[in-house]
Design a protein around this ligand. Structure first.
Ligand code: T4K
Length: 369
């Protein structure tokens, strides 16, 4: 049996480097609750992501939940969003007592179709929550225009878009807030972790309260909050990984380009495109298996599995089709999203993926049609 290849593999510093870096924790015994490494990582990420304000979180999902909560929308309000995403996006809306209104996406990049947003706006709409899926950025200008016209908030799920810049500015500068995921599977990881980037400084205090039980002093709890703090072991992992993120992205690019070179002439395959003027972080390698290819997506997926290649169907089914949400919200035509979900497969991509492995994967895709 050939070597098993998983869809991704966490980026990590060397064992020795991490052990050395966590040693001071045995002197201070200060392990969590906004420690020095938490503070240092927050400051460094602000610079790296080129954003004015940033709040670290325990993971990307809580970053999204807390951010939605921070804006204080009335219960039952509607949020226009995309179903072509990880389930976290929709859960975060629903767990805040809000209603997702699913909008279709664009065929070329999988992001929300801005031309279809206005038709979905009602008197109950309070926000738009698009996703920079696979790091492909949404049409941020058109979304801003619509949001201004109808006085809506824009919260981006930028879980996949770490380090992406658009027109020379960090992607976290667009909208009212953007959340990033630093999960072990991401381009930049803190084991588990996440952050919120935003413009209004008052949001920092609001998020601080929400992630730390609303505690503002030993005897003062100013509002109802949860616990969504990042601990010091994760912050240290982040500080070390941040130093090697540019390298990791360069290595991913080499592999991404090699995939394209190997697959570009295969009939029936299609790739999603990043918007012009935006940088790419090569977070994922999604490929669409269209009708012109001799096999269906599922047949090819199974064939790869038989050969030890663990591609993934990110993002199938649509979140709107999952049992917990099906037929519960407005029925919108999601033709394009459904087509993408039926055709998409994410192939293995990570900085240490061997070029021979890519050759092997592409060989199977090329020869078994
Ligand atoms: N919004 C969007 C658009 C998202 O995609 C996500 C997360 C979120 C919000 C929420 O952010 P977080 O709360 O997670 O920070 C994975 C990740 O768990 C999840 O973070 C990610 N999106 C989603 C797209 O993928 P699974 O269930 O596919 O992960 P799993 O455990 O099957 O791992 C996939 C592969 O990664 C494994 O085959 C091997 C590799 N891996 C995995 C782990 C756990 C490692 O190399 N190291 C590891 O520690 O969800």
């Amino acid at each position: 049996m050939d070597e098993k290849i998983l869809v991704t593999r966490s980026s990590m510093p060397s064992y020795e480097e991490y052990i050395e870096a966590i040693k001071p924790l045995w002197d201070t015994h200060w392990l969590t609750n906004m420690g020095v490494y938490h503070h240092e990582l927050e400051e460094k990420l602000k610079v790296y992501l080129d954003v004015p304000e940033l709040s670290l979180m325990v993971n990307g999902h809580m970053a999204l939940e807390m951010t939605i909560q921070a804006f204080g929308f009335p219960e039952g309000s509607e949020v226009i969003t995309t179903p072509f995403t990880f389930i976290s996006t929709t859960h975060a809306i629903v767990r805040n007592g809000l209603k997702p209104v699913f909008c279709d996406v664009k065929e070329e990049d999988g992001t929300i179709d801005e031309a279809k947003i206005e038709d979905l706006i009602s008197e109950r709409t309070v926000a738009i929550l698009p996703v920079h899926v696979y790091g492909n950025i949404c049409n941020v200008e058109a979304i801003e225009h619509i949001a201004n016209k109808y006085n809506l908030r824009v919260i981006y799920d930028a879980a996949h878009a770490f380090s992406v810049a658009y027109k020379g500015k960090g992607i976290g500068n667009y909208g009212d807030a953007s959340i990033f995921s630093f999960h072990a599977t991401k381009v930049f990881n803190t084991i588990e972790g996440g952050a919120v980037a935003f413009r209004e400084p008052r949001i920092y205090d609001k998020l601080y309260n929400l992630k730390n039980f609303g505690i503002r002093g030993e005897e003062i709890v100013s509002e109802v909050g949860a616990n969504a703090k990042m601990n010091e072991f994760c912050a240290i992992m982040g500080l070390l990984n941040l130093k090697r993120t540019d390298y990791a992205i360069r290595e991913r690019k080499k592999r991404y380009d090699f995939y394209i070179q190997c697959l570009k002439d295969v009939e029936g395959l299609r790739f999603l495109r990043q918007k012009g003027d935006a940088t790419n972080n090569y977070a994922y390698f999604p490929v669409l298996i269209g009708e012109g290819y001799g096999k269906s997506r599922d047949e090819l997926f199974d064939l790869l599995r038989e050969n030890g290649i663990y591609a993934r169907k990110y993002f199938y089914p649509l979140t709107s089709d999952q049992a917990c949400f099906k037929n519960k919200f407005k029925n919108v035509d999601l033709k394009v999203a459904r087509k993408l979900a039926d055709e998409v497969m994410v192939l293995p991509l990570y900085e240490e993926l061997k070029m021979e492995s890519i050759e092997r994967i592409c060989g199977i895709i090329n020869s078994n049609r």
